[in-house]
Each structure stands twice: as structure tokens, then as C-alpha cells.
Design a protein. Structure first.
Lengths: 251, 458
């Protein structure tokens, strides 16, 4: 089932065009990986899906992005509702300078999802468990989130993102600042999360895309060159550029 | 003469730089250099100018004292006091320079002749010694360059010492000021009981008019009670902060988070212009415009308002402080990493939620710091109070009455005729050191608060 359907998306930063006519469908409860060399527009596309491009003044998005029949690229869209439904994990772990508990309870609090303290406690515990962090931090929930290790911080950010039970989770190179062990933990986590969430992940690591994703899209110079099943893209791509990129001949 | 000497030293220094560099390129043709050619230049220039300049300045500092001792040696057997000796020396100097107009006696005339003689000798000796030092050190440095010794380290060490001297000078000046305040304050407390000063509620220094000798502490009892001044200082600072903190903080948040780039580009400099207005201008603005306005409004409400009120002074002082808080908090809020904002927006938080829950707490140490800085500025402000809040040290908590502050009273004490031994004059030092202690205390609190929050948020 299609969760998100993008049609002819063009993105401009001022007069510079960053995305050219990108059309792709993201399937529900699947991991979709976006790969490509730096500056190819994959992060820009990702940020269209939760309207994070709004933060940048000069950014302009054209085209249609539909999520379950809801037009995302519309001025009338309630961005707060959208972001409640589409969570995001960033490249650099960015926990708030608050306690671990406050980090996870942040979303449920601002969206008024918990009626009582015990309900909130429950959400926090569940989110931390889902993010495979509960065992490591359950005795120090009132410590500052920024005091954790890099990998723990990133899992804390994932817990924060899933605390509001979003349907879609966007991940922008979530492992690029982490060591191999932390990376493996996050990848394992992604595998678990896709049972309940649709995941779109931008990554520089070809092997990561191959390991975690079901669909892969290859971007180059703002264009979507090829999009399809991960296995096909990595074993038998239609396009020569894709072939060259995944075999490491350029990019 | 001195100017010529300094110019000569500097000129030689500059030319030795080029000479040293040139020499380095010559050495380069036969052997490997130990550093870049410019270091050879610096090395030679430093050795040329630095020792000569150091000797020159030491000489200039000590010469007057030595000359004075030589001259006054003739008068020592006359059993004169220190002040009388000083007077004689001033006369001798004036005579030697030809600007003396009083009676001339033989003794003075002799001394003046001696003075001119010694002065000439000293001058010549200075030139010879300084130039000798220059030549010696220059030739030493030149030998060192010729041997192609290591050049980089001495230059770097020299720079380190220059920087050290600069910071040492700043520290010494601070210590000097503190001690001079302290000593004069101690002398003040010899004639006024410290208890009467700190807890006394009457400030009326004009009451004491002492010509000579130690005044009686009992007389001073009611004259130097500083409580009204401390109260007035904090009262006016409080009124000022009531104006400055809300306006400054909110405008800082607006500038940092809401204003478009264009608005910010124009608004920020305009707000900062407020900080550039001289306090005297604020002062007469407070005295001539705000004061009467407050009085008029108060009168129309049936309140008794004096034309010089704490409210007028405090409000204007608050306006003066707005740019400090606004500009500083704008800076610290802008310095909060963008990825924290992104993290919050991505959770679906609105702008105001993000500011309240993420950005403001993260920026709090800086904001607290800027507020405390503003408070110490308010406590130290003088001109506005002198002009707008009057000079009568009333002990009052009514913002519509006139009151006075520590700084304003220092002004009152020190304008017009003063005598240094007078407790009235020394009171200025006691007030000065109290003010210093208060500001120091505020700064220490500010630093501790900032440090505590920083630990929490890093």
C-alpha cells in the first residue's frame, strides 16, 4: 500500500534549483532508502515530507506530495499535525539540554497526549523500550540527555521521535556520527520499527541501504535517477549511473 | 630630546628588521635556515629596540626621584616637613625653567643652578647609556644571526612576555585602585565608626566641617549613615530593571526568533543606538521631560509627586539599559544551535513552544549573565540620578519621592572645594569601595549562576 506519493516535486533555494521533477511512491510499513552523492538533494526531498523546509526562508517547494490523500505541499496544511504524524531523526544527535525523561515526554506533552503523570510515564517507558534504550537509562531518567554517549543520544532522539507514535519516521543519515557498534544497534532498531512505522532513511552507506531497506532511490544532481526494490537496485540496476555509484566508481 | 631618542630607536629597530631578513637570505645561499627569514628580521629588530627602550623607560621613571633627592639633600639639615620640602623643590624647578615669579634667595638660586646641571648630566648620561645598550645588544644579536642560531623560539618567547606584561599591567592597575580605595576608606573609618556608616540612617555630610585635627566620632554619628544611599541605589536599580528586563528580553527574543532578516537588519542597530546615547542626555531627558510628566500625571491622580522622583530616574535608566539586555539576549538566543530548534519543530512544536521549552532554557545562563551585567550597570549609573532624582538622601520606598544613590552622593561630595584629609572627602572612598564590593558580589553571583547552568546544559 502506498503511504506517501510524490509527483513532480521541484525544490528551489532562492534561484538555485535543488530538486528536479522527483516522483516516487513510499510504501507503508517499509524502509525506503535514499542514496546518492553529497548535495544530490536526497536530504532536501526528505525534508519536504515533514515540511522542515519551511524553516528555511528562501526555500520554495513545487509539485504534489500526498500522504494518505492528504496534500502535504499545501499552504492550508496544519504543519503541527503533520509533524506529529511524521517524526524525524537528524544526522547529528540533537537531544534537548533537558533530562532523558523530559526529552522523551516533550512531544506527548506539547500534543497533550497524556492525561496523567502515570500515563506520561508509560509513554516514556514504552518509547525508550522501543528505542532499545530503556535498560541502559531506566535508573537515570532525570540525568541530562546530552550526557549520554553518541549512540545512546541518537537512540534517545529516536525514542523522542516515536513517543508521539508517528506513522512515518524520517531519518537523515542517522548513523553518520556514530561508531560501528552504535550503527549496528540503530540498524537493528530500524528493522524493528518498520513493523509499526513507515521509514524513510537517507544514508551515505551503500551497505546500510542494502541491509535495512526494501526500496531504494538513487539521487544524482537533484534528479531521481532510479527507484525500485533494493535487491534489484544493488544487484541489477537499469541505469549505468546507478551501477557506477553503487560499485563505487564515482560519488 | 626624548622624542628624538625614541624615534631613533624605533627607526633603527625597523631597519634592523629588513637588515635581518636580508642577512637571512644571504645565509640561505650557503646553509639551511633555522626559521623563516622574517624571524631573523624580528629577532634583530627586537634585540635592537627592546633593551634600549626598557632602559630608556626605567631611566625616565626613576630620574625625577633621584634628581629630587640630590637637590633636597642640601635642605635636609633644616628640619623641614615633607610638604615644605616638596614646596621648595617645586620652587627650584620653576626657577630653573624660568617660570618662577616669587622672591628669589641665594639658596634657591644655587639649587636651581645645581638642578640644571644635574638635569643636563642626567640627560647626556641617558643618551649615552641607551645608545650603548642598543649597540651592544644589536651586535650580540647580529653575531647570533651570523652563527645561524635558532631564531623562532626567542621571538616567540619575547611575544609571550609582551603579552604577559600587558596583562600584568591591567592586573596591577586594578590592584592599585582597589588598595587606594581601601586605604582612604580605612582612614575614613578612623574618624567615623564603621557601624555608624553601615547602619546609620542619616546621610548629611555637610554637617561636618572639620578644619584640622581628628574630628569627634560622636559628632559624625548622624552625618554618615549610608543606609539611605544603599536603599536608594537598589530602589532605583529595581525600578530600572522592572522597565528593562521585560522590554529588553522580549525584544531580544523577537529579534532572534521572529524578526525577518530585513527587520533585524534595521531594528538591531536602532536599538543599539540607545546604548550610544551619552548618559548626560538621558539625565536631562529624565529631569526635564519625564520628571515633570510623572509629576503631572501624579497630580492629576491626586498624588503628591516631587518634581525629582525615583520613578522618573529609574524609568529612564531602564530605557538606557534596554539595549544591553536586548542585544545580549539576542546574541545568546541566536547562539543556541539550530539543530535544537529543528529537533523541536520536527516534533510538531510551535514557535512559541520551542522558544519557551527549548531555546529559552538553553540560553538562560547567557540571559542571566546579561541581566546581572545590566544590574551592575544600573547600580553604577550616576548622571541620570544626579539630574533626575535629586541629591537629598531620603530613606523612602515611595517611587514618587526623591531619593539619592551612592554614585550621586560621591558626585555631591567631590564637586566644589575639597580637602583631602576631610572625612567628607574620604567618605567618597568609603562609598566607592562599598559600591565596588556590591558590583563584585553581583558579578560573582552572575558567574556562579552561569556556571551552574552551563554544567547542567552541557
Amino acid at each position: 500500500m502506498t503511504k506517501i506519493s510524490a509527483k513532480n516535486v521541484n525544490v528551489f533555494y532562492g534561484s538555485k534549483q535543488a530538486l528536479f521533477d522527483v516522483s516516487l511512491d513510499i510504501m507503508d510499513k517499509e524502509v525506503t532508502a535514499l542514496i546518492g552523492p553529497s548535495g544530490c538533494g536526497k536530504s532536501t526531498f526528505l525534508r519536504c515530507l515533514n515540511r522542515m523546509n519551511d524553516v528555511i526562508d528562501i526555500c520554495k517547494v513545487e509539485g504534489s506530495i500526498k500522504m494518505d490523500e492528504l496534500e502535504l505541499n499545501s499552504r492550508k496544511l496544519d504543519v503541527v499535525r503533520l509533524r506529529e504524524n511524521v517524526g524525524m531523526v537528524f544526522q547529528k544527535p540533537n537531544p534537548f539540554p533537558k533530562t532523558i525523561y523530559e526529552n522523551v515526554s516533550y512531544g506527548p506533552t506539547i500534543h497533550g497526549m497524556a492525561q496523567s503523570k502515570s500515563e506520561l510515564d508509560q509513554i516514556v517507558e514504552m518509547s525508550l523500550k522501543k528505542a532499545a534504550l530503556w535498560e541502559e537509562v531506566k535508573d537515570r531518567l532525570d540525568e541530562i540527555g546530552t550526557g549520554l554517549s553518541g549512540g545512546q543520544q541518537q537512540r534517545l532522539c529516536i525514542a523522542r521521535a516515536i513517543s508521539v507514535s508517528p506513522e512515518v519516521i524520517l531519518m537523515d543519515e542517522p548513523c553518520s556520527a556514530l561508531d560501528p557498534i552504535a550503527t549496528a544497534q540503530i540498524e537493528e532498531l530500524i528493522d524493528d520499527l518498520k513493523k509499526e512505522h513507515t521509514i524513510v532513511i537517507v544514508t551515505h552507506s551503500m551497505s546500510q541501504a542494502a541491509r535495512v531497506s526494501q526500496k531504494t532511490g538513487f539521487f544524482h544532481l537533484g534528479k531521481l535517477i532510479e527507484f525500485g526494490d533494493t535487491e534489484k537496485i544493488f544487484k541489477n540496476p537499469d541505469n549505468q549511473q546507478t551501477q557506477d555509484y553503487i560499485t563505487g566508481r564515482f560519488g | 630630546m626624548n622624542l628624538v631618542l625614541i624615534s631613533l630607536i624605533l627607526l633603527l629597530g625597523f631597519s634592523s628588521y629588513y637588515f635581518g631578513r636580508k642577512k637571512a637570505t644571504i645565509i640561505q645561499s650557503s646553509q639551511r635556515l633555522t626559521a623563516l627569514p622574517k624571524f631573523y628580521g624580528y629577532y634583530l629588530a627586537i634585540w635592537c629596540a627592546a633593551p634600549a627602550l626598557i632602559i630608556f623607560s626605567l631611566w625616565s621613571v626613576f630620574e625625577p626621584t633621584i634628581v629630587k633627592n640630590f637637590i633636597l639633600a642640601d635642605y635636609l639639615d633644616q628640619n623641614l616637613t615633607k610638604n615644605e620640602l616638596q614646596l621648595i623643590y617645586t620652587k627650584v624647578k620653576a626657577l630653573a625653567l624660568g617660570t618662577y615669579t616669587g622672591d628669589i634667595n641665594n639658596f634657591l638660586d644655587n639649587s636651581a643652578g645645581k638642578y640644571i646641571q644635574i638635569k643636563n648630566m642626567a640627560n647626556n648620561a641617558k643618551i649615552v647609556i641607551v645608545l650603548a645598550a642598543l649597540i651592544l645588544s644589536l651586535s650580540y644579536a647580529y653575531q647570533s644571526i651570523k652563527k645561524n642560531n635558532r631564531m623562532r623560539e626567542p621571538v616567540e618567547i619575547f611575544l609571550k612576555w609582551v603579552l604577559f606584561t600587558a596583562s600584568l599591567a591591567a592586573v596591577l592597575v586594578t590592584i592599585g585602585i582597589v588598595f587606594s580605595l581601601l586605604f582612604e576608606a580605612i582612614r575614613f573609618f578612623q574618624s567615623v565608626r564603621i557601624f555608624d556608616f553601615i547602619f546609620g540612617t542619616h546621610w548629611y555630610p555637610a554637617k561636618t566641617f572639620v578644619r584640622d585635627g581628628q574630628p569627634d566620632p560622636e559628632l559624625m554619628k548622624d552625618a554618615f549613615g549610608a543606609v539611605p544611599l544603599f536603599a536608594g541605589t537598589f530602589f532605583i536599580a529595581f525600578i530600572a530593571m522592572c522597565v528593562a528586563i521585560p522590554v529588553g528580553l522580549l525584544s531580544g527574543i523577537y529579534l532572534a526568533e521572529y524578526a525577518t532578516r530585513k527587520v533585524r537588519k534595521y531594528a538591531k542597530p536602532i536599538i543599539e543606538i540607545l546604548a550610544g546615547i551619552p548618559t548626560v542626555v538621558y539625565g536631562f531627558f529624565a529631569a526635564l521631560t519625564v520628571g515633570p510628566f510623572v509629576k503631572e500625571i501624579g497630580n492629576s491622580l491626586g498624588l503628591e509627586v516631587s518634581s525629582e522622583s525615583a520613578l522618573a530616574a529609574g524609568a529612564v535608566m531602564g530605557v538606557m539599559i534596554i539595549p544591553f539586555i536586548s542585544s545580549l539576549s539576542d546574541d545568546v538566543i541566536s547562539a543556541v544551535p539550530q539543530n535544537l530548534r529543528d529537533g523541536s519543530y520536527a516534533m510538531g512544536a510551535t514557535k512559541s513552544e520551542t522558544i519557551k521549552k527549548v531555546i529559552f532554557p538553553a540560553a538562560l545562563p547567557g540571559i542571566v549573565g546579561s541581566i546581572l551585567l545590566a544590574v551592575s550597570r544600573a547600580v553604577g549609573e550616576t548622571m541620570i540620578v544626579v539630574m533626575a532624582s535629586g541629591l537629598a538622601a531620603n530613606l523612602t520606598a515611595n517611587p514618587l519621592e526623591s531619593t539619592s544613590t551612592i554614585t550621586a552622593q560621591i558626585v555631591v561630595i567631590l564637586i566644589g572645594d575639597q580637602q583631602f584629609g576631610d572625612p567628607k572627602t574620604q567618605a567618597a572612598f568609603a562609598l566607592g569601595i562599598s559600591l565596588f564590593v556590591v558590583t563584585l558580589f553581583l558579578n560573582v553571583i552572575a558567574l556562579t549562576v552561569v556556571k551552574k547552568y552551563r554544567e547542567k546544559y552541557e
